[in-house]
Every structure is written in C-alpha cells, then in structure tokens.
Ligand binder design. Structure first.
Ligand code: SF4
Length: 431
C-alpha cells in the first residue's frame, strides 16, 4: 500500500504501532518512553523524545522517513541540525545510515508493526469521494470528541481573524473604536457590498460624525453622499435635502465620493439593497456613537442585541429601495439574521481580539458566550455536516465547523484533526 511520510509521522506520534519487544535494525532492545513533540520548523521531525536503547537512556530528536536511504537523499548526513537524532524511524530499511562519528544510526522499522485496519481506515478516508472525507464516518464519532476539537479550532479561527483586526488597529494608530467602525461597515456590506462599504468607512472617519451628533440628516447626507448616491437629480424632498447638505459638507471637509459603480444591486432582495443597508448603517451611527466602547460595557447578550434593534431608519426607505423608485412597503429594521451575522462576524471577533490584545481573558470568554447564545447559521456547508449526523446547535459550533471545512476537510488534513484521529484508530469502522 502507498501512503505519504505524513502517515508514518501520525503513527509514530500517536503510538499506533505494536510497542512490544521493539528492536533496532541491528538487534538492540528498544523502549520508547516519549515520542517527542512534532517540530513544525526546519530540522528533525520530533524533538525531545526519550528512548532506551540496550539499557542506555537517550533524549534527543527523532527523524521519520519512508525509506532509510531518504536520510542521504535529503542530505541530512551533512546537516549539523541532525547531529542529535537518537532514532531514525522508517517504513523500509534499505540502507545503513552512519552518524558523523561512524557509528550506526539506531533505526526502528515500522513495517509489520502497524495494524491492517489502520491502513484500511486511512484508505477509506483519503479515497473518499464524499463532500468531505469523513462524511460517512462522522455519525459514529462521539459528540464529546467532535465538540472538543471544535472548541480548539474555534480558537484557531478567532486567532487568525484577530490578526486582521490587529493590522487595522495598527493602521489606525491603536484606535479600537475606529477599527470597530471599519469592520462594522464591512459587515453591513454583507459580503456582496463589503468592498465599497470598506472604502466608504476609510473615506469617512468617525470623528466627522461626532461633529454632527444629534443631526441625523447630516450624518445620512455624509454617508449617502460619500457612497456616491447623491450625484443625480431627484423628485422627492428627502434626497434633495441630503444632496444640499452633502454639497455643503463635501466642500467643508474636502471629501471625494466613492465610485458608485462599486455597489451591487443585482439578484438581491430589496431588504439587502445597498441603499437600505446604508440607511441602516447611518441609523446605527445616529443611535450610538463610540459603539465599541458600548459593546465592551454591556452586561449581557440581550443588551448587545438592543444596540442593533429598532434602528431609527429614515421612513423614506420604507417605500424606496433605490432613491428614485417608489416600491411596496418593507420593514427597514435589521432582521434577526442580520443582527446575528453582525454579532458573529464583528462583535464576537472584536471581543476576542480585544481580550487577546489587552490580556483580559474575560472578554474572550464573553465572545464564546455570545456565540453560544446565537442560533446555528444555515448554509450548505453546515447542512452537509448535519446530514452526516453532526449535532449543530449554535453559532459557536457553526463557526467552528466553517473553520474545520476551510482549514482541515478541504485540505484533507485528517491526520491533524481530532475527529480524524478517532476515525483512523477505530477498529470496526464501516466505510
Ligand atoms: S479533517 Fe477531520 S472532520 Fe474533516 S474530513 Fe478529515 S477527519 Fe473528517
């Protein structure tokens, strides 16, 4: 059977071989006390392993190869980083390896010491044509195992996303409120219009809104004008008012509007039109200045919801989706799923990132509580895990499953996955 070297690493790391009566290739008794830690950097594969060879205890590095001749093929014989290797673990011993001082490098051959079912499980996973490799086995895995791994990768997801927050924070000279405002704007673009929303936020610092606090019309004029929507003629009174206000403010602050062609309206329900999203975004700014400071202060999830509930959207938008077209009445408040989306993608991320940045773990805990309190997201990826038998109850789990798919299942990293480890070790696994 063919398998990559990575499979042998996995077998070595999790001791998935017959550990009784081990011997090196030159017949010396071998006992593994500690297999060492996987080394993700250059150098031997495992560090600080501990073994007893012929009654002598050794602590050092372990190198794993499919064939012992790979040692020379990879030029390890001339690399000083490999001088402290105490054991060479191989599938096939095809040549003797000598150390610098001319002694034979102790070698363990795993061929014949790995149970057949491990290979079968490996093959079933890696040759699977399902939507993700363990689709047919997931239902057999204990929920505790799945949830433990999900918790680990949710942290991984939030840590990765926090890097984007820290980058923006640096660009904005450590201003958390302004960084939060930029991410919030992007979130209000709900993927399709996230780019123009980001450009808009960059062109309109929050300090400008602070100068027009308690003047909703001017805040709306700044937002719609900068978004490029006021450069046209209107019949209605409200957009004409915005136009007049913006003309004044644009000159006063030397503003340059965003290119209107960046906004996308196609294949959208009216509730998602960027004009309505901009009106809601303006209403959020009118309702709450320094929003991030408020997010940090709120005591519970209900209070967080209230920050985004019942936004004072101008009534004009109840009957207009674009400016110049009257339409059937729609509800202009942010829907439940939109609020959840903002709480998941911006609020919980910022709570986590702020906690990490300031060393206040309680904010990270609040991010987890928040995600646990939000209903599970619905999308194709989550449906596939549900169909495979996973129990998915809240956004904490859906966010983790999305990370699982992106960073593990799609990359076939089953050998690095806690669920994959259980599947591979299962004796009676049905394909
Ligand atoms: S990475 Fe893990 S969850 Fe994904 S397919 Fe492999 S074993 Fe399953």
């Amino acid at each position: 059977m063919r398998f990559p070297e990575e499979f042998l690493h996995f077998v070595w790391q999790f001791r998935l071989y017959d550990v009784l009566q081990l011997q090196t290739v030159d017949g010396k008794p071998l006992k593994i006390l500690n297999c060492g830690f996987p080394n993700k950097h250059a150098g031997p594969d495992f560090t600080t392993a501990k073994v007893i060879i012929d009654e002598t205890t050794w602590v050092g590095q372990v190198e794993v190869h499919l064939k012992s001749s790979d040692w020379n093929a990879h030029q390890h014989q001339t690399d000083s980083a490999y001088e402290n290797v105490i054991l060479h673990v191989v599938w096939e011993h095809d040549t003797e390896i000598l150390t610098k001082d001319g002694t034979v490098l102790p070698t363990l051959v795993l061929n014949g010491k790995i149970k057949e079912y491990l290979f079968e499980n490996y093959q079933n996973l890696f040759q699977s044509a399902a939507s993700f490799p363990c689709e047919n086995q997931l239902k057999d895995i204990d929920g505790f195992v799945i949830n433990s791994f999900l918790s680990r990768i949710l942290v991984e997801r939030l840590e990765q996303k926090s890097e984007e927050v820290f980058e923006r924070l640096e660009q904005l000279n450590g201003n958390w409120d302004e960084s939060f405002y930029h991410f919030m704007a992007k979130n209000f673009g709900f993927k399709v219009n996230s780019l123009p929303m980001q450009v808009l936020a960059q062109s309109l610092p929050q300090t400008l809104f602070a100068k027009h606090k308690d003047q909703p019309l001017q805040i709306e004029a700044l937002i719609f004008g900068q978004a490029g929507f006021l450069n046209q003629s209107f019949d209605d009174h409200y957009p004409n008012q915005l136009k007049t206000e913006y003309a004044f403010l644009q000159k006063k602050y030397g503003l340059a509007a965003v290119d209107i062609s960046l906004w996308k309206f196609l294949r959208m329900r009216p509730q998602n039109f960027p004009t309505l999203r901009l009106a809601q975004f303006a209403a959020l700014i009118v309702k709450s200045s320094h929003l991030f400071s408020k997010v940090l202060e709120v005591k519970n999830v209900k209070e967080l919801h209230l920050l985004f509930d019942e936004l004072p959207v101008n009534p004009f938008w109840e009957t207009h989706y674009p400016f110049n077209k009257e339409a059937e009445k729609v509800n202009t408040t942010l829907g439940r799923s939109s609020i959840d989306n903002i709480l998941i993608n911006t609020v919980s991320l910022f709570l986590f990132a702020y906690g990490k940045y300031t060393g206040q773990a309680n904010f990270q805990t609040r991010a987890f509580y928040l995600l646990e309190s939000i209903a599970a997201e619905k999308n194709n990826i989550i449906s596939q895990y549900l169909d495979a038998g996973a129990v998915v109850e809240n956004a904490y789990q859906t966010q983790a499953f999305l990370q699982l798919r992106k960073s593990y299942c799609n990359e076939k990293r089953c050998l690095n996955c806690g669920i994959g480890l259980k599947i591979l070790k299962k004796v009676d696994l049905k394909p």
